[in-house]
Design a protein around this ligand. Structure first.
Ligand SMILES: [Zn+2]
Length: 98
């Protein structure tokens, strides 16, 4: 894979992330990323969206056939903002709210 190809793929992912954000589909993922990086969810929105795109890009790059889609990644974030695998009360949070 050439660098140019990589850059284009990353750019495409970034645009997709922006689109999803505009539709309000990845708020949990944004909050989770804000929490992990210490960035502010509103003030540093662009940087957070960039981080999400880079994270997705790394997943695609390391395991192109197994990489989760943005929708699947969002589904892995609990309503409390933690990843489901890291939340001990994920079932209760998702079924009953935080
Ligand atoms: Zn939770």
């Amino acid at each position: 894979m050439s660098n140019l190809h990589n850059e284009m793929a990353l750019e495409n992912l970034y645009e997709k992330v922006i689109e999803e954000d505009e539709k309000g589909l990845i708020d949990n993922l944004i909050n989770q990323t804000a929490f992990e990086t210490g960035l502010h969810a509103d003030d540093n929105r662009d940087k957070i969206l960039q981080k999400i795109a880079e994270g997705l890009f790394e997943l695609y790059d390391s395991a192109p056939t197994q990489a989760p889609t943005l929708e699947e990644l969002e589904a892995r974030v609990c309503t409390c903002g933690k990843l489901i695998e890291k939340c001990e009360d994920a079932y209760e949070h998702i079924t009953q709210g935080v």
